[in-house]
Design a protein around this ligand. Sequence first.
Ligand code: SF4
Length: 63
Amino acid sequence: MMKLRVNRTDCIGCQLCSDIAPDVFGGDTEVEDIVGEIIEDNYSAIREAEESCPVGAITIAEI
Ligand code: SF4
């Protein structure tokens, strides 16, 4: 199972992840902690957001 996590302490609120995957990362408010299971439909967008985050706050972990 894959899990998504956003480290809010590191997040600078640039909204890049929200632009890439709005269904996952929400609207225009500061990204809050998201700890959730990754569903297949969102996987490629989440991976792109992870790679694009300027501070590396998004992590995908296999558990
Ligand atoms: S891309 Fe990274 S720094 Fe920017 S809002 Fe998303 S989690 Fe925060």
